[in-house]
Design a protein around this ligand. Structure first.
Ligand code: GUN
Length: 287
């Protein structure tokens, strides 16, 4: 079997088109543009690329966006006071602080400062808590983007076995909560998991979010499984690598995402959806 390719670029493009149409209708009803503020600290080249991409996406769908590019030496206090001021800015619906942050910054305290009603990344403890209680408000963007991909292929999630590899706060954990909410039986594999291959081999859906190129080998995959690769690592040769041994796993899986062009563009489109959701809520429209 050779897997079908889940083309995140194409699916995200179509979803951005839908958002652009909705924004046009929104604006022609006399409402202000949805607004996203991004805070970028320091000069990490990968973060700069991601932030440029987010800005481009906002332009494409017709959102207002602003980027505050701060020095790597910014103090915790200065960073937090900028977030407080964006919390009170009525032209801004969503606030995103690009990670990673420099070592002297306490990331948890920074995220705690974001108004949960503007937390379009879905990183705030309040939003993760709502997801855990099956009352999601802002859903973390990468897991939400993966769910959009899985919905695109028409999966009936109920009763499927899913394995999430990697248990980070921003991706692995909320990914497990999303799949659980959808009715899957979820295995959360992490660095202390014993015989990971045996556990992943039971799964109908495999999501790898580790950041270790080549980690997921074909021996880990049940024939016909759907394999989503969220890992992304830039090699010394500047090429991007996922966690999954793509060429070999493609021969076993039924669907597989490429890297790049799989989960990445879907994360960005989830951010746009969340920002529009925030704008609707701020102007008093319920879902
Ligand atoms: N760094 C890499 N991806 C992301 C993301 O989706 N959100 C934030 N805040 N930082 C990131």
């Amino acid at each position: 079997m050779s897997a079908k390719i889940l083309d995140g670029n194409a699916i995200a493009k179509s979803l951005r088109g839908d958002i652009a149409v909705q924004v046009k209708q929104w604006v022609s009803a006399g409402r202000r543009l949805p607004g996203l503020a991004v805070i970028l600290v320091g000069n990490d080249p990968a973060s700069e690329v991601y932030v440029r991409g987010k800005r481009r996406d906002c332009d494409e769908v017709g959102f207002h966006s602003q980027v505050q590019h701060l020095s790597a030496n910014v103090t915790q206090q200065d960073l937090e006071s900028r977030i407080h001021s964006l919390n009170g800015d009525h032209s801004i619906d969503g606030i995103l602080v690009q990670t990673p942050l420099p070592d002297h910054i306490d990331e948890e305290r920074v995220i705690d400062c974001i108004d949960p009603d503007k937390d379009v990344d879905g990183f705030h403890a309040y939003n993760i808590g709502l997801l855990a209680l099956r009352r999601p408000n802002f859903r973390s963007c990468t897991p939400k983007g993966v769910m959009l991909l899985l919905e695109h292929i028409g999966l009936d999630f109920k009763g499927l076995d899913a394995a999430v590899i990697g248990a980070s706060n921003h991706v692995g954990r909320p990914m497990g909560l999303e799949l659980l909410m959808a009715g899957c039986t979820v295995t959360a594999a992490h660095r202390f998991t014993r015989d990971i291959a045996a556990k992943v081999r039971l799964a109908d859906i495999v999501v790898s979010a580790v950041g270790k190129p080549g980690l997921v080998s074909p021996e880990w995959i049940k024939p016909g499984a759907v394999v989503i690769d969220v890992g992304i690592t830039r090699g010394a040769n500047k090429k991007l690598y996922g966690d999954v041994q793509f060429d070999a796993v493609k021969e076993i899986a039924s669907w597989i995402t490429p890297v790049p062009g799989g989960a990445g563009p879907m994360t960005r489109v989830a951010l746009l959806q969340n920002t529009f959701q925030a704008a609707r809520a701020h102007l008093g429209f319920s879902e």
